[in-house]
Design a protein around this ligand. Structure first.
Ligand code: UDP
Length: 258
């Protein structure tokens, strides 16, 4: 099956991985939904870029995703270093915009929430249903399925064919899972949303706006979840790689051999 991607002229490389720079991501996705064109949306950040360096499977998925958005501050700073001034598009905000917009369509887009601890996706759906009347969240599923439970869940998804499927299993689990299973709903928009259900359900809080505006969301996350320090050691590594690439024009991430 082939899927259309944004034009090549909108695609930029961040250490060998693509980022698609569009003025209006929600409208681009709205068009695809209305046309029934499937799509995998990857929300790229510095951590994911460094993970892809060690995971050819993840790198391959990012390279083949129809839409890769600049989710992280590191990506935006990297592009700035290379003369491209773009705004961040955090995945949680893009996902929220689609949710808020969905009841305006007739019929409203059908949406599924998959991921998070038991009860979290259901709570997030309840909150959205209260705040956005007319929204059509057609199902939820926690992200801790046993291998025995997965076939029934996939059957459920296949029967429902939701137009948008949010998958919150964390990186890179959600990207690998989507790539492996998207053929069950080939016309759906699949978005890896990390811990967004936790935020919408109120079990975690997002960094205050000041942190987000000043590229410091990672500081807040580290304060909230100190166990992240090991994962976040990817950030200085990403900065170092970016600088080396800027100075030498040699791309240290080899992700093109598939
Ligand atoms: N999670 C899940 N199943 C798993 C592992 C994790 O549903 O097997 C969920 C977890 O409950 C949390 C989310 O995945 O809601 C990961 O959130 P995080 O903010 O860590 O995502 P990331 O920073 O990787 O985007």
């Amino acid at each position: 099956m082939t899927y259309l991607t944004p034009s090549q002229s909108n695609q930029f490389s961040v250490l060998g991985l693509p980022v698609h720079l569009l003025n209006d991501y929600p409208s681009w996705l709205a068009d695809r939904i209305e046309q029934g064109l499937g799509c995998h949306v990857v929300t790229l950040n510095a951590e994911m870029t460094m993970q892809a360096e060690h995971s050819p499977a993840l790198a391959h998925i990012i390279q083949n995703a129809e839409l890769v958005i600049p989710d992280g501050a590191g990506i935006v700073l990297y592009l700035k270093l290379h003369g491209r001034h773009v705004n961040r598009c955090p995945g949680i905000e893009l996902s929220a915009t689609l949710l808020a917009r969905s009841p305006q369509f007739n019929p409203p887009w059908s949406i599924f929430f998959f991921g998070g601890a038991p009860g979290v996706a259901a709570k997030a759906a309840e909150v959205w249903q209260q705040n956005a009347p007319g929204i059509a969240i057609v199902g939820t599923q926690n992200g801790y399925l046993t291998p025995d439970e997965e076939p029934a869940f996939l059957h459920r998804l296949k029967t429902l064919q939701p137009q948008i499927i949010y998958v919150g299993l964390g990186v890179p689990r959600q990207e690998l899972w989507i790539a492996q299973h998207r053929h069950y709903c080939p016309n759906s928009i699949w978005i890896g949303v990390g811990g967004s259900f936790d935020i919408w359900a109120g079990t975690k809080t997002r960094a205050p706006k000041w942190f987000c505006d000043n590229h410091l969301e990672w500081v807040y996350r580290l304060y909230q979840e100190p166990w992240r320090w090991k994962r976040m050691s990817a950030l200085p590594k990403f900065a170092w790689r970016s600088l080396i690439y800027r100075l030498t024009k040699r791309n240290p991430v080899i992700v093109s051999k598939f």
